[in-house]
Design a protein around this ligand. Structure first.
Ligand SMILES: C[S@@+](CC[C@H](N)C(=O)[O-])C[C@H]1O[C@@H](n2cnc3c(N)ncnc32)[C@H](O)[C@@H]1O
Length: 312
């Protein structure tokens, strides 16, 4: 398994967004998540990775330390900080695992800590607590909110990122001034071939009429679009999440799970186990990460620049 890369722990691993974004650069010494379904996707694409289905709260600092990871990556539940949630922040029971990890970080002091969350996390007590803890421990921290639309991708996913390094981010030389100058990608580049669209993706006219006010529909060939963020609610409700495609024959449909993975810039061929239903796929992919945004953020940190060589 070891390839001499940076040893990393992938906490709240989900379908493995961190593994994908840092492939070839990190050795994942443990990918931990409590959901067996979401981990089944990671397992199927990274059969070598030690995958642990367990609540992170059940690990103590010594057990984390024994895993020997230099970098701890965390992608904790976002519900405590989402605009549509109750925003109970640290009072939310789903923030308990995060709080536990803040304590473990103080004991273990890994070389680096990095995380991702929704934009609402920026104003949270959780952020204040972690940032203050890291600074008090002597880490240099780098924080940024990035949306893939700023990087030429036609789908929104505005997210908060943090990278903290204990021996200094090369004395504060984080490349804050790097501007992305790549090209604008168009929607059609991410779509399945028209003749390969599965029938069950199409939406009946009566459903379209009923939810016309809530559905954002884009023509296959429309240019310069910004799709709404595909959250885990896509496929469950027509409100608040994602968008729909109008094919050239006028029929309207859901995006396929392969198209959602493509929009996040997972590699072609990243697959979900056959037994997962379409709604489960939407849910787990909707919880995952924009690979492009992550590579962008990580590559701005001295020492991790190599990640930036592989944006697209
Ligand atoms: C925002 S998602 C992270 C998704 C991940 N970054 C990816 O690429 O798919 C949060 C994940 O944390 C998991 N989770 C939530 N609470 C947990 C806990 N206490 N222990 C372990 N996993 C947990 C959920 O099952 C979910 O997969």
């Amino acid at each position: 398994m070891s390839s001499g890369g940076l040893s990393a722990l992938e906490l709240f691993a989900g379908i493995g967004g961190f593994s994908v974004a840092t492939e070839g650069f990190t050795d994942i010494v443990g990918a931990i998540d409590m959901s067996s379904h979401t981990l089944s996707v990671l397992r199927c694409n990274f059969p070598e990775t030690p995958v642990i289905q367990r609540n992170v709260e059940t690990f103590d600092a010594a057990q984390f330390e024994a895993m020997g990871a230099k970098l701890w990556w965390m992608s904790p539940p976002c519900q405590p900080y989402t605009v549509r949630g109750l925003q109970k922040d640290l009072e939310d029971h789903r923030a308990r695992a995060f709080l536990h990890l803040v304590e473990c970080i103080q004991e273990v002091r890994p070389w680096a800590v990095a995380m991702e969350n929704v934009k609402g996390y920026w104003d949270s007590q959780a952020r204040q607590l972690l940032a203050r803890t890291l600074v008090d421990l002597g880490y240099e921290i780098y924080e940024e909110v990035v949306c893939p639309t700023e990087l030429g991708i036609p789908a929104k996913r505005e997210r908060y990122y943090l990278v903290a390094v204990s021996d200094g981010l090369a004395q504060g030389k984080v490349k804050q001034d790097v501007l992305y100058e790549g090209r604008q990608h168009e929607l059609v580049e991410y779509l399945d071939d028209e003749d390969a669209i599965k029938e069950d993706l199409y939406i009946s006219q009566s459903t379209q009429d009923k939810f016309a006010h809530a559905m954002r529909i884009f023509d296959r060939d429309e240019r310069g679009v910004e799709l709404n963020c595909f959250t885990s609610a896509y496929g469950k409700t027509f409100r608040y999440s994602g968008a729909y495609v109008r094919e050239r024959d006028g029929r309207v449909r859901y995006f396929s799970s392969e198209e959602l993975l493509r929009l996040l810039h997972f590699p072609e061929g990243y697959r979900c186990p056959d037994e997962l239903t379409r709604k489960q796929r939407y849910r787990y992919i909707g919880n995952s990460l924009s690979i492009v945004s992550m590579k962008f953020v990580l590559s701005r940190v001295p020492g991790l620049e190599a990640l930036g060589d592989q944006f697209f």
